[in-house]
Each structure stands twice: as structure tokens, then as C-alpha cells.
Write a protein that binds this ligand. Sequence first.
Ligand SMILES: Cc1ncc(COP(=O)(O)O)c(C=O)c1O
Length: 404
Amino acid sequence: MKTGFQHLYIPGPTNVPEVVRQAMIVPMQDHRAPDFGDLTLGLFADLKTVFKTRDGTVMMFPGSGTGCWEAAITNTLSPGDKVLMARHGQFSHLWIEMALKLGLDVQVVDLAWGAATPANEFARILGADRDGAIKAVFVTHNETATGVTSDVAAVRRALDESFHDALLFVDGVSSIGSIDFRMDEWGVDLAVTGSQKGFMMPAGLGMIGVSPKAMAASATARMRRAYFDFADMARMNATGYFPYTPPVQLLHGLRRALDRMLDEGLDTVFARHHRLASGVRAAVSAWGLRLCAEHPSIQSDTVSAIRTPEGVDAREVIRIAYDRFNCSLGSGLGPLNGKVFRIGHLGDLNEGMCLTALSIAEMALHAAGADIAFGSGVAAAQAIYAKPPVALGRTAAPARIAAE
Ligand SMILES: Cc1ncc(COP(=O)(O)O)c(C=O)c1O
């Protein structure tokens, strides 16, 4: 029998705050009732605040981030369209696979798993694309498999400086609501996320920000779509409804989760994630281990992918943490399986929880054969967490963007 908490330190689904869980315990409700918009219209408005878009439309599809990847592609592109994508981890890889399955002509820039989106290489390719054959550029903002954050603004600059009209697609599944993301300012046309990471919710809601340019593209794009059709969703959402049955409980949970995020303040959330990440990174270097991220400037504040030492199987670390210490750590995905374990440090999390994750990771690493001095990583993280956080206060949060 396992006693106590089941520790969850994977980079999504993240821990759901108790108040959010309680908010989802509601009787079934008529999603066509005249007052249903009282719940939903405020959600759409607040999602715009989180996505930082005034001009765009944010929709929710029952589903997950992957569904919204598909929605983004099928609504705005046509079969055979050329698109530019980088592969540097499992999620960017899977998005490429989907684009191929859907019949796009994908120009792939292959990179080390641990590298970031190569804005310079994209600039070179876009600059050489004189006829505008490339219809879309894809960026995985935060590659959850490797713990790498890419510079979306730099890709926007690459497009602008090449006078290129391609749409900018961003996978923000583990970034939106968790680290700095600015849909309008960065000229993002399609911004995809899901409910189970920074939004501190169960999986089940895919969210997608659509710019006016992407919405216009959807009027002429020829790829087939049905369930994920933007036009149907946007028309119904405008009055607070959905073209089919929405997961009402999740919408109630989202109301409470958005309240928490906006009350804490987005900038404060981002600063907290940075602080928690800094402690985890300090622990990794105290252990003498390396992160998967190739350079400190691209290390993610939401997840750390930690390389195990030569001869130590990361699968063993994860298994021991789970079996002996009732703790889920993230696995190494694709070619990183067995080489990497991950600690998610996003969502409803604090210093004590990170110290628990690090302490369990130390024991699991040791039991799996790594030469780790007990307490070394924990102490390094404590040295960071013992300093008081920089108080940003709620005023640092961006003003809520009112519903249009
Ligand atoms: C960066 C990234 N993209 C896409 C996905 C897939 O999202 P979902 O599992 O919600 O379909 C994930 C899931 O972890 C992810 O981390």
C-alpha cells in the first residue's frame, strides 16, 4: 500500500489546486441555456489576457494541445503547402510528423535535441524564398522534451526582415501562462496550448489563439476540416456557445484557475517559475550533471531535462522514484529515453515541493548507481530558495484586456 501524497513532478499534467478541483464539482448544466455565456464569455476574455492578444480570437476545443496543432494546420493551410519547421525534441518532431501526415511539404531543419529554434537559419531560408513558397513557419516555444525555450520574437524578426508573409505558428503548450508569451507583440498567427500545464487543470481543453491574418487565411485554406473548423467555433463562441457539447466541468475549473493566475499576476507566475527552475538548475550542477539544453540562455523555466551520468539508466531513476518514493518524474522521450529524466517546475508549485522532488531524485539517482552526495542538490537549491523572492506585486501583472 502506498501512503501519503503521490508526488507529481512531471511537466504536465501538473498539480491541480484544490480550489480548482472543487470548482469542477458542479451539477450537470444546460450548455444551451440562455445564461451559459455568463460563464464562457469571461473565460474567452481572460484567455486573451493570458495569450496577450487584443486583436486575436482565442477558442477552446474539447481535446488537447495535439488537437489544436491539427486545428491550426487544417484551418489555415492547403494540401501541398510548403512549411518550415525545426526538429529539436519529441514535440517538435511530432508536429512535423503530423504536418507530413496531413500532406504538407515540410522543410525540416534538423538540430541536436537540446538546441533551440534556429532563428538565424530560418532567416536565411526565408530570405532565399523569393517567391514566398513557404506558407508557414512553426516554432515550438518551449520544447518540453528537452527543457529548451526558443526565441519567438527572433523568428518574427526573421520573417519581417525577409519581408516574408508566412504565417507564424507557435506551440505554446508548456509556455503560455507559464513563461513570457506575447501573441500580438510577436506577431504570432496561431498559438496553441492545452489546459494541463500552466493552467493547472486536468487535460481536456485545447486552446488556440488565432490572429486576424490566420482567420482570414482560414476563409480560403483548402485543407479538409470538420470538428476543428474555426468558422463554426468562432461563430458560436461569439455569443458564449459551442458547436457541440463542451466539457462544462472543465470550464468551471478554468474559471477558478484563471482567477488564480490573474490574481497572482502573470509576471509573478513567470518569476516564480524562474525562481523554482533556478533552484533545480543549481541542484543539477551541484550533482555534477548536465541539462539537455545546450546553453544556459535557452534553459526552460518550466521543465528541466537532466542527463544521467554514463552507465546510469534514466529509466531506472524514474522507476525507483515511482516504486519506492511514490513520485512521478518525467521520462526521456524518443531518443532521449534512458538518457534523461525530467522535473517539471510549473503550475501550482512552491519551493518545498521542488525540494521534495530534488531530494527524491537524489535518492533515486543514488539507487540507480549515480555517484550523488545526499543533500548536495537540495542544499544548492535551498541556497536559492532561502533568499526572499523579488516582490513584483499584482501591479506588475498586465492589465486585463477587456472583452470586445
Ligand atoms: C510542447 C508540447 N507540445 C505538444 C504537446 C502535446 O500536447 P497534448 O498532450 O496536450 O496533446 C505537449 C505535451 O506535453 C508538449 O509539451
